[in-house]
Design a protein around this ligand. Structure first.
Ligand code: GLA
Length: 393
């Protein structure tokens, strides 16, 4: 048996050996992410401030002289096992992500060989920490390693985004795969989602990134996410711009009232969130964590009131977090509609945070919250585990 406490990078090769009875050749590794601020703005051409985390999805892969990719995930659910012979069928569950990225890489002309792959992950699933982007990126890294091809990270991020958007039907933005491919330990990533210009901003040493999982499954999340996207698109069209990013705060003051609700509120969230993200990046660069925390709180209020993607459980988590001394800021993280909050917590307050929030949450909701104390981690990469012959199919 593999122990769940072992990191995914160690578990995946073991899962592979048990499944296929041979050694994997490569390991693709990709992190999940938290987002400090800049929520629901990536698909509006805006600016985001996420960080890759020190939790990963690991994909162990072996080159095969065959036209098939066989895949397996052992640690997701007892019978979560699937083998495919042809990539194009759409499949179920996690397999859709793997099929999607394998197919898009082949279509993009990369010489992806046949392979056996197995994966394991430490990124909490369905929590708003981008575990699906991590799976897609780690699979891409492993398959490209077997193909002996390097793809420029920004190009690869876009292919990975399409895998999720086109194959799984969540019309997500570029943030998650991009930060998985560009993250740096100890740093957040300021990313302009339109120009893809980006730079790293150091996070202060004494602060922890704490994700608290509400444990609520997000049944309507995908359709509600797509609906927000459509509303933002409609608002942009009515305002005569390509993206809501092209509306200034002043423009919005002047013309926002011409939008019917809820489009007016959606636009207000996006335009103000982009401004908040700019201010947050400046605050972080200046080492002003208190201002960053205040902006996170404003972001949360806007996500709740204007974008309407919060839930009673997330509200409880944010309220409890704000009661703890040493919490700079707390907000819902990712798409919303359940999942996690992200809190910036002084290292020496983490213990009290965990106690207060988990107890308070249990009392208020009857549910269990899970606290993940995270650090900013490195970008996706691959490792060679053994030699292989390679060549054509
Ligand atoms: C999900 C999507 C991202 C982004 C966030 C909200 O995580 O995958 O592209 O839109 O929601 O900021």
């Amino acid at each position: 048996m593999t122990r769940a406490t072992e990191p995914a990078a160690e578990r995946a090769p073991e899962v592979f050996r048990r499944a296929f009875g041979t050694e994997p050749h490569v390991l693709g590794l990709a992190p999940g992410r938290v987002n400090l601020i800049g929520e629901h703005v990536d698909y509006n051409g805006g600016i985001v401030l996420p960080a890759a985390i020190d939790r990963q999805v690991a994909v162990a892969a072996r080159w095969r002289k065959a036209i098939r990719i066989r895949m397996l995930a052992v640690d997701r659910a007892t019978d979560d096992e699937l083998r495919i012979d042809t990539a194009p069928a759409r499949g179920e569950g996690w397999a859709r992500y793997v099929r999607g990225i394998a197919t898009l890489l082949v279509r993009a002309g990369y010489p992806i060989p046949g392979a056996d792959i197995a994966f394991a992950g430490d990124v909490p699933v369905d929590s708003g920490l981008a575990s699906s982007a991590a799976l897609v990126v780690a699979t891409a890294k492993a398959l490209l390693a077997l193909a002996e091809v390097e793809v420029e990270p920004a190009t690869l991020a876009e292919i990975c985004r399409r895998a999720e958007a086109e194959w799984v039907g969540v019309r997500c933005g570029i943030m998650d795969p991009f930060v998985a491919l560009h993250g740096r330990a100890g740093h957040a990533l300021l990313l302009d989602c339109r120009s893809l210009e980006h730079h790293h901003l150091r996070l202060p040493d004494g602060v922890r990134l704490v994700a608290t999982d509400s444990g609520i499954q997000r049944a309507l999340r995908d359709s509600a996410y797509n609906q927000r996207r459509t509303e933002c698109r409609l608002a942009a069209i009515r305002l005569g711009v390509t993206d809501l990013r092209d509306i200034s705060l002043e423009d919005l003051e002047r013309r926002g009232h011409t939008l019917a609700e809820p489009l007016g509120r959606r636009a207000r969230h996006v335009v103000r969130e982009i401004e908040r993200t700019r201010l947050a990046a400046a605050a972080l660069a200046a080492g002003d964590i208190h201002s960053l925390g205040r902006l996170m709180a404003e972001s949360h209020a806007s996500l709740r009131d204007d974008l309407e993607v919060s839930t009673p459980e997330l509200e409880t988590l944010v309220r409890l977090a704000n009661e703890v001394h040493g919490v700079y800021g707390s907000r819902l993280c990712g798409a919303g509609f359940g999942g996690c909050t992200i809190s910036l917590v002084a290292a020496d307050a983490v213990k009290e945070f965990t106690r207060h929030v988990t107890q308070g949450y249990r009392k208020a909701t009857g549910n269990e919250a899970t606290v993940h104390v995270l650090a900013a981690g490195d970008a996706a990469r691959w490792e060679k585990l053994a030699e292989w012959k390679g060549g054509g199919l």
